[in-house]
Design a protein around this ligand. Structure first.
Ligand SMILES: Cc1cc2nc3c(=O)[nH]c(=O)nc-3n(C[C@H](O)[C@H](O)[C@H](O)COP(=O)(O)O)c2cc1C
Length: 362
């Protein structure tokens, strides 16, 4: 039976990123009563004990008000949306649009056309959005204070990951940008740092996460700079398993402790007349939500197999299309050590609670 969607998501897609950050999260429900498992049953994860492997990846949690709400709703691995080491504006509205992808996205439809939808779908089975923010960031002084608040609001058994991003005309310049943002996050109280490599970046011919040499160089510098704080690398989809294998081997060698995937899948969102729905400057944007789950699960299965075959010291965090409580289990069974939801939790903030209480929707 399809899960009916809430009419009022915690993120208001008609408001700007800053309005959502300052006025949100828009949640007026009750906070569920949590039955914590005994600490003896908690899980070892990246040097911490976590009460459950359920969480939120970089994106919906814009600041400490958002990370704190997610933690109180039962998400034990919460990720602070990607920051830079300097203030940077968001793309203008629209930042989020509902889309029709024509069902689950298969490999041959990466980069193909998707259609914007005026109204939200009625069920979580069709929950698909495109998001396009451009990695906005607040001032370093704000981030220092706010990441500190985010870390201190967590309960024992919960983990704060801060996602960071760096840019530059060369690999060493990009590495410096990542390190500056990562050091700020670390000194402000982040338990774990995640480097967002799944953005168009400095390496020629594609995103950084698909380039084993460039990934190695930047990841090694970040890992050394933040030691002993664990480093996660955020990845997107791979069309080629050999490419994924080469990158995982490089990252393990660079001292990275975990990988998280997948990021959004790029598509051309065009209206009925064929015009780009987000404007001429944003021809392609990332799709997330229900239709990307098959590719996300396939990423997890492949990555798990490679990690096990080579006995790599890498943890695996899975996300992409978790819109129901039972989907967390699919990721955990596929080999993820933690299962995270972005789009799903924006429209159903009780997803973690449903998992904790074993309310698995059909
Ligand atoms: C509103 C929104 C904002 C996002 N922002 C970021 C981001 O800042 N950094 C990042 O690495 N991923 C970002 N993502 C991607 C998610 O972390 C995740 O990889 C992707 O959405 C797939 O998961 P989902 O299907 O559960 O949404 C964002 C996703 C959403 C929905």
């Amino acid at each position: 039976m399809p899960q009916t969607l809430t009419a009022s998501p915690i993120y208001d897609i008609h408001k700007t990123y800053l309005e959502n950050a300052d006025q949100g999260p828009f949640f007026s429900g009750h906070l569920p009563q949590r039955q914590w498992k005994p600490e003896s049953e908690w899980i070892d994860f990246l040097g911490y004990k976590i009460a459950s492997p359920i969480g939120v990846p970089a994106g919906p949690l814009l600041n400490s008000k958002w990370t704190t709400l997610a933690a109180r709703l039962g998400f034990d691995v919460v990720t602070y949306k990607t920051i830079r080491s300097y203030e940077h504006p968001s793309h203008p509205l629209p930042n989020v649009m509902f889309v029709d992808t024509g069902g689950a996205i298969a490999e041959d439809r990466i980069g193909a056309a998707a259609t914007p939808l005026e109204h939200p779908p009625s069920s979580s089975d069709e929950l698909a959005i495109t998001n396009s923010f451009g990695n906005p960031s607040r001032k370093p002084e704000y981030l220092e204070m706010d990441i500190h608040l985010a870390a201190h609001a967590l309960e024992k058994g919960q983990l704060l990951i801060v996602s960071v991003f760096g840019t530059g005309g060369s690999l060493s310049e990009a590495a410096r940008g990542f390190i500056k943002a990562a050091s700020l996050a670390k000194s402000s109280g982040a338990h774990v740092i995640e480097a967002n490599f799944s953005c168009p970046n400095v390496s020629s011919g594609g995103a950084l996460y698909t380039d084993p040499e460039a990934s190695y160089q930047i990841a090694k510098e970040i890992a050394e700079a933040i030691k002993p704080t664990p480093l996660i690398v955020k990845m997107g989809v791979f069309k080629d398993q050999a490419e994924l294998e080469a990158v995982l081997l490089s990252l393990a060698r660079a001292g990275v402790r975990a990988v998280c995937g997948i990021n959004t899948i790029p598509m051309n969102v065009v209206d009925a007349k064929g015009n780009p729905a987000l404007g001429e400057n944003r021809l392609q944007s990332g799709i997330c939500g229900d239709p990307i789950r098959p590719m996300a699960l396939s990423f997890i299965r492949q990555a798990r197999m490679i990690i096990d075959n080579h006995e790599l010291d890498l943890e695996l965090l899975g996300c992409g299309g978790i819109t129901k409580a039972k989907h967390f289990d699919q990721f955990l069974e596929a080999g993820a050590g933690a299962a995270l939801t972005a789009t799903g939790m924006m429209w159903d903030p009780y997803l973690a609670h449903r998992w904790h209480t074993k309310e698995r929707q059909a």
